[in-house]
Design a protein around this ligand. Sequence first.
Ligand code: SAM
Ligand code: SF4
Ligand code: SF4
Length: 332
Amino acid sequence: MRAVDLRDSFGRPLRDLRISVTDRCNFRCTYCMPKEVFGKDFPFMPKDSIMSFEEIDRLAGIFVSLGVKKIRLTGGEPLLRKNIHQLISMLSLREVELAMTTNGVLLPRYAPSLSAAGLDRITVSLDALDESTFAAITDSGHTVAAVLAGIEAAESVGLGPIKINTVIKRSTNEDEILELVERFSNREIAVRFIEFMDVGNTNGWSMDEVVSAEEIRDIIGELSIIPPNNPSDVAKKYRLPNGGEVGIISSVTEPFCNECTRARISSDGRLFTCLFSNKGLDILSLMREGKDDSEISAVIQEYWKSRDDRYSEIRSKNSKIEDRVEMSYIGG
Ligand code: SAM
Ligand code: SF4
Ligand code: SF4
């Protein structure tokens, strides 16, 4: 299929695709999958409603023909998806940058096969270096030491430059900011601090718990802005006095919807054009009904053309979408 210049109703192209490969996770981060909600009786998706690797790869091909340049595999925890390296091998034949976001604890086991299969880059989430703070946030019995071992394993097989994602929540881990910067900034690992977001309905979000990008910058101290390579980069990048880099993702206090070129596909094959959507387009059913690629492409194009999402920009005007989908379902 020939590439088309697809634009949404605000003129934004479609460039980034995040694919959730599972809605399950081995962590129970309090801001994402709180244990009280995602307990042992939680109705995770049944296997037959989850996209197969062939279905994901086929969809990826359609999205690439619509302008997607970067695919990120996420979840849930993507390394819980059995034989994920096989999917990576398939996607690596497409002309896209291929990345993954993971909580990292399974990387010592899987990093070599991910790298061999053609994964380009990895982002590891790590919210604290202090074991008890980490345990309180992730609520699952895993350790900082295990995540650090995962980062080492990824580095050793060349899955860099590695990025670290750190969600900062007030009175929880803002005192970790400087330690994380010190720990990683001289190792060519960029830590990206993320404002706690009101995704989903279960994390009890309140504005009082958001540590703003401005506060994070003040805590870090001397920083100089690095001009963005790509206008759709979600993180604003800064240079540290030692030459290292940090990023800040300020979705709440300094929204960037006008540059948002991202689409997400849940593991049951629904397309979401905003992290805060409450409805998705069921593409998996179209595939399973036997629609061909050009028919599916036409449906996606119409959906993207009508996209008018800018939730973070209008959040401050008290606009509230009810029944938003959860981050673990839509893919962070
Ligand atoms: N399990 C993988 C991980 O944690 O890296 C991938 C999925 S996770 C949903 C993707 C990213 O979303 C993580 O970096 C996580 O910290 C972030 N995230 C989840 N809930 C969030 C929230 N309420 N606000 C900000 N970031 C959030
Ligand atoms: Fe799991 Fe990632 Fe959500 Fe934490 S942020 S619960 S690791 S999906
Ligand atoms: Fe994109 Fe929606 Fe986030 Fe705005 S709120 S940046 S449109 S995902």
